[in-house]
Design a protein around this ligand. Structure first.
Ligand code: PRP
Ligand code: URA
Length: 213
């Protein structure tokens, strides 16, 4: 895959270790859910290093008064792409519990692989916030592109996208369609198969999170 300025592939030993367990077909639903949350937390810490609206506050310590930056009210909105994105929400909330949550429901048509929108509910004033779109899997990139298009139509200007596993096809598609959106992926996999599944991947993230198959 080409190098893109707006793409970060973590490839971090501690995250890779967790991804190895996540991929394993024998990993239980409970452990899968916990790992998705843990990986999300590790990625969020770094993904939010830049672009978070902050404000300088005055704080009186026991010794003196100082100024200290804090995250602005309503600065961050998390937008999981339903359904599998829901599995990442707690992983962000662990670090920033007051982040509001918008939901975008997209489901891939299994034949055309095109995403279909079935739900959208976003917090008021989202256009002023940093919007962190989350989905464990970035495969063809269709769902990510649609979600980002929808958010831009709603006036959002500060958007980041975070996925656990990305396929080169999907990462390139989103990076090129949305050069202003930074994409964070813990692991870049090899390719997509003919059904749009990521190889080696981890299977269907929604099914493994929620036990539907
Ligand atoms: C999966 C995944 C992404 C999408 C990625 O969702 O969670 O949303 O596929 O594929 P793409 O990059 O090719 O669009 P799916 O449509 O299976 O729905 P689900 O989360 O309800 O299982
Ligand atoms: N969605 C998934 O859940 N897994 C894939 O490999 C591709 C899309």
């Amino acid at each position: 895959m080409k190098n893109y300025d707006n793409v970060t592939i973590f490839n971090h030993p501690l995250i890779n270790h967790k991804v190895a367990i996540l991929r394993n077909e024998k990993t239980s639903m409970k452990e899968f859910r916990e790992l998705v949350e843990e990986i999300t937390t590790l990625m969020t810490f770094e993904s939010l290093r830049e672009g978070v609206p902050t404000v300088e506050c005055e704080v009186k310590t026991p010794l003196e008064t100082c100024t200290q930056s804090m995250v602005k009210d309503n600065a961050i909105v998390i937008v999981p792409i339903l359904r599998a994105g829901l599995g990442m929400v707690n992983g962000v909330h662990v670090l920033f519990p007051s982040a509001r949550v918008g939901h975008i429901g997209l489901c891939r048509n299994e034949e055309t692989l095109e995403p279909m929108e079935y739900y959208c509910k976003l917090p008021d004033g989202i256009e002023e916030s940093l919007v962190l779109v989350i989905d464990p899997m970035l495969a063809t990139g269709g769902s990510a592109c649609d979600a980002i298009d929808l958010l831009k139509k709603r006036g959002c200007k500060n958007i980041k996208f975070m996925a656990v596993i990305g396929a080169p096809e999907g990462v390139s598609r989103v990076a090129e369609a949305h050069p202003d959106v930074h994409i964070y992926v813990s692991t870049l996999d090899r390719e997509l198969n003919e059904n749009g599944y990521i190889l080696p991947g981890l299977g269907d993230a929604g099914d493994r999170l929620f036990g539907t198959k």
